[in-house]
Ligand binder design. Structure first.
Ligand SMILES: Nc1ncnc2c1ncn2[C@@H]1O[C@H](COP(=O)(O)OP(=O)(O)O)[C@@H](O)[C@H]1O
Ligand SMILES: [Mg+2]
Length: 278
């Protein structure tokens, strides 16, 4: 068939990404069932350990023996160049990738065989890097969606989210898509908090916001950690994020390049030169 026979060659059809773009087929089968939870005492509160794997059944490995972890009530930060596999490591920890090797352990249990839904039930909250709110729904509806697995009364949790992010209380009935970038990120974090997670995975929570809004978001994230919730987050604002990190990871090409306390990484001349702009 020559290209001119292709009826879609000159397609002026619908370009709404949500309609025109195929759902990514590269991630794992969302209809699969969970396997068993195994006992795995000791170790950090959450760890994605020695993770090796990529997208799809035959895609190349993106992660190479990659380990990320966070202790109870602490903040761990993952930094590294674009395309290093930071988001992939977060997705793997949340169960969105077929790992060829490695384990994910949470609170003394090996949860490697669980689906993302079942990891939420075990206490994980995940805020992805993109498409992390329902733009046409109101702020409050977004929070209600966040509580989807709860069968008890979540009104008090919603009040806690509004206490943490008061602007969301004022805008509760507005479509989330009308909010500023920083406020949308508050909705995304608030939505994840609605399941009362023990650990929160945040992929670039301050992307696209001003330095002032970034500082405010970091202050709120510290506040969340003080309540005992562990925070594992990817950040492109590397210096500022490492300042508030108990532990930091520099990932390069899907592997651990540097690991240490936030302060030790900030003081490491090699890390400063290569990843923090000197
Ligand atoms: N859904 C996907 N399917 C296939 N490859 C992907 C997918 N998402 C990311 N990748 C690839 O994985 C690598 C790491 O990407 P990513 O984890 O998004 O990096 P980072 O978050 O550090 O910028 C890149 O080479 C990227 O092209
Ligand atoms: Mg990313």
């Amino acid at each position: 068939m020559s290209t001119s026979d292709n009826p879609y060659q000159d397609d002026h059809g619908n370009h709404d990404a949500s309609i025109a773009k195929q759902a990514p087929s590269s991630e794992i089968d969302p209809t699969r069932e969970s396997g068993a939870i195994l006992d795995a005492p000791g170790g950090p509160f959450l760890i994605g350990e020695n993770m090796t794997g990529g997208y799809g059944k035959s895609g190349p490995d993106i992660l190479h023996d990659c380990t990320i972890s966070v202790d109870k009530g602490q903040i761990a930060v993952i930094v590294g160049p674009n395309g290093a596999g930071k988001s992939t490591a977060m997705k793997a920890t949340f169960g969105m990738l077929n790992l060829r090797q490695g384990h994910v352990k949470l609170d003394g249990k090996d949860i490697s065989a669980l689906t993302p839904q079942d990891r939420v039930a075990q206490g994980m909250g995940f805020v992805p890097q993109t498409n992390n709110i329902f733009t046409s729904m109101s702020v409050e509806e977004n929070l209600e969606m966040g509580a989807f697995i709860r069968t008890d009364d979540y009104a008090q949790t919603m009040e806690q989210v509004y206490d943490l992010f008061p602007i969301l209380r004022d805008k509760r009935n507005q479509p989330a898509g009308e909010l500023s970038g920083g406020q949308r990120q508050q909705v995304a974090v608030g939505r994840a908090l609605m399941t009362q997670p023990k650990v929160l995975l945040l992929d670039e929570p301050t992307a696209g916001v001003s330095p002032i809004v970034m500082d405010e978001l970091f202050d709120r994230i510290i506040e969340v950690a003080r309540t005992g919730i562990s925070i594992l987050m990817v950040e492109q604002n590397a210096k500022q994020a490492l300042e508030i990190a108990d532990k930091g990871y520099v990932l390069v090409q899907g592997a651990n390049a540097h690991t240490g306390t936030g302060q030790s990484l900030l003081a490491d001349p090699e890390v400063r030169k290569s990843f923090l702009g000197g």
